[in-house]
Design a protein around this ligand. Structure first.
Ligand code: 9MR
Length: 451
């Protein structure tokens, strides 16, 4: 019997002939029509398929057509980096980052934030800082950028490329590393305080298999999980050449087994070797691990790439390459392991309150010379309409910035008043504000006054 592939429009005819076949005892497994775009197919597997995009290319109609039809996640290629978002210290420019964000959100896509702290693409003023001044500036940067995008980012690359290449498995030397080995966990804590809903990722390259560098990162993630440092995901960039490591999938799996998601964050593969097969192998490996939640390619067309070896899924004219077809086929054939849908964070437990008033608890992320304080304000058994939290700061401590509240004073006893959008707290509900300070953080429980 000759079986011809049927187009959707002949569904009725097909149904009739299926009934006829069933009547003659021939039974075919029913397969849904395969998805025809990368994003749709990934979504059927509970995952996303994304692209790094550039604000400067959004006026190109071929580019935006491919972007909006094929992808359901976007990453700003450069627009949310430190040099782009804080070109002068304390002066933030989010125009191009916001363009990427809005492009993604308006298309129903996830948005991956990239990258809060990195040794490269730092603004000049940060490059010339060191020690406590750099640490404070870096944490302030994390706080302000994550707060600007609060609630809108699916996952942040909080720290990018902090491990050394080669066999040491240790950290890369950088101005950030020289502020102390705890700079990475300080960054993750600040990011969590500023945007509790975003998944927080560590992202790196040359980690596309089990090797000394990926093992160094593995050990850091295991340590973070054991000490309660907030980390939700690991990004494996996967800038690949003509081969793929035989332990590629096993490496994804071992990170997943630590209790973090894994994302393929910057995939591109050299053309000329085995490009289509390597793309398919990466796709299959991700689908095979339940906690591998999505794949991002680092650009759309070959002509959009940072590389010159045609490493992407579309050629310079926007035509689908063999690599595209192999990814789509791998997605459509893909595994049945869906990622868990649990939120990244467990909401903090509400502290007990005395009847109808309010209470406040503070959690600190401190380093030598500074801290970020996150304060949770909770209503008791009655709703609260307006609140003020008074925090006693130790001598030598001063508030340098505040978010989601307005501060009166900066040292000694500091009052934090609600802002317009968070003054009303329902009975048993809570809200959060934060501040950054120099010196050491508060040790006494803050006092909350309703009204
Ligand atoms: O693709 C980015 C390119 O446009 C920039 O010039 C370059 C600057 O360092 O960064 C490229 O993106 C990098 C990413 O942010 C981190 N991983 C490596 C990527 C390729 O260099």
């Amino acid at each position: 019997m000759q079986i011809r592939k049927r187009p959707r429009r002949t569904a009725l005819l097909a149904a009739v002939s299926a009934a006829a076949m069933a009547a003659t005892g021939l039974v075919f497994a029913s397969t849904a029509d395969a998805a025809t775009t990368l994003g749709a197919s990934a979504a059927e597997k509970g995952r996303y398929f994304g692209a790094a995009i550039a604000a400067g290319r959004l006026g190109d109609s071929t580019y935006t057509r491919l972007l909006t039809t094929e992808f359901n996640s976007v990453t700003p290629e450069n627009e949310m980096k430190w040099d782009a978002t804080e070109p002068q210290q304390g002066r933030f420019t989010f125009t191009n980052g916001d363009r990427i964000l809005n492009q993604g959100l308006s298309n129903g896509s996830k948005v991956r934030g990239h990258a809060l702290l990195w040794h490269a693409q730092q603004p000049g003023w940060a490059q010339s800082l060191s020690g406590t001044a750099l640490r404070n500036a870096a944490i302030n940067h994390v706080t302000q950028v994550a707060a600007h995008y609060k609630g809108k980012i699916y996952a942040w690359d909080v720290v990018n490329e902090a491990f050394a290449d080669g066999g040491s498995g240790g950290r890369r030397d950088s101005n950030l590393q020289r502020t102390g080995n705890d700079w990475i966990e300080a960054a993750f804590r600040a990011a969590r305080a500023a945007d509790p809903a975003a998944k927080l990722c560590y992202n790196d390259y040359n980690t596309d298999g089990i090797n000394a560098k990926s093992t160094g990162i593995y050990n850091m993630v295991r340590d973070f999980k054991s000490r309660g440092v907030p980390i939700d995901c690991v990004g494996l960039q996967s800038h690949l050449g003509t081969t793929i490591d035989s332990s590629y999938q096993a490496n994804i799996q071992r990170f997943a087994d630590l209790g973090v998601d894994v994302q393929i964050t910057e995939l591109d593969v050299q053309q000329g070797g085995n490009q289509a097969n390597i793309y398919a192998a990466v796709t299959r490996a991700c689908l095979a691990v339940a906690r591998c939640t999505g794949i991002t390619v680092w650009g759309i067309r070959d002509s959009d790439s940072w590389r010159n070896d045609n490493p992407l899924l579309f050629d310079g004219s926007g035509n689908k390459k063999a690599a595209y077809t192999s990814v789509l086929n791998a997605l459509n054939a893909g595994g049945t392991t869906n990622p868990p849908t649990t939120p990244p964070t467990t909401p903090p437990t509400t502290p007990p309150t005395g009847g109808g008033g309010c209470s406040a608890t503070v959690s600190l992320n401190s380093w030598n010379g500074g801290y970020v304080a996150s304060v949770r304000v909770s209503a008791g058994s009655s709703a609260v309409n307006g609140w003020t939290v008074t925090v006693a700061l130790p001598s030598g401590s001063a508030v340098t910035s505040t978010w989601s509240a307005s501060a009166s004073g900066s040292s000694g006893s500091v009052g934090f008043r609600n802002v317009a959008y968070n003054g009303q707290i329902p009975a048993s509900g809570s809200t959060e504000f934060g501040f950054q300070g120099t010196g050491s953080g508060p040790t006494a429980t803050p006092v909350c006054q309703a009204g």
